[in-house]
Design a protein around this ligand. Sequence first.
Ligand code: ATP
Ligand code: MG
Length: 247
Amino acid sequence: MEIQIATIVSGSETPAGDGMSGALRCVLTLPDGTKRSAIIKRGPAGQIMAEAFSAILLSKWGLPVPPPFLIEEGTTLAFASADVGYPNLKQSLALDCLPHGPAREAATRIAATLACGLPTTPLAAACDEAIDNRDRNLGNILWDGSAEIWIDHALSLGQGAHMTDVNKLCAMAVAVGYDERLQRSAVAQGLLLERDAPNSTEVALTSSSIPATGVASIVIARLNSLGNRLVARFPRPVDLLTGHDRA
Ligand SMILES: Nc1ncnc2c1ncn2[C@@H]1O[C@H](COP(=O)(O)OP(=O)(O)OP(=O)(O)O)[C@@H](O)[C@H]1O
Ligand SMILES: [Mg+2]
């Protein structure tokens, strides 16, 4: 997947997300003149790099992600992704409409169970571990009732260093009792990730003004210990017996 430079149709922006970081639905003009509905995100250069790098890399690894775009705005760059038209898993199950309490907790558990059972979840868990994505919450999984698309990689590749070091898909699997299944299949998917993809992603970005030098080596280092990293996201039998934290 290449990343195209697009321009935004002025006045086309409307709020898209929870408003925490200001994702906006908008219309883009692509290099060939066609118009495309998209979600634009502005933010620190590091997060724009993380979104762009991850979109290309995860697509090379076969994870369904929306086509990415870069938007040049004066001296800064914004990231956009093609609007796939699906709601996220929080919206699909109307979680935010439920009052805090048992009903919301039960619905959240159902959403987490659904997230853990999607066909590409093991691949997504392996990818998240490789790019150090700490923010795979239910709002970052789009689902139309049958197909899923994975979005929002702004807090990967070191951009989430201020957050708890967590692989949220693995944590969800532990919470809903899918851990054995996900552990096995995510480790297997991790073995299949194309080892040259991080370098070719970095090369693909050199012609853009995204500063991604050295990012491939971060991913490659994580790939070299991916199996162990994934296994460490799940309780070991000894943890279950003793209740002690892992060493
Ligand atoms: N490509 C896309 N297609 C359809 N919907 C999208 C797409 N990208 C983002 N969205 C919607 O916009 C929401 C916010 O996008 P995203 O998760 O990337 O940003 P965010 O930083 O979490 O933003 P916010 O804090 O405003 O929610 C998503 O939860 C999803 O509902
Ligand atoms: Mg998000």
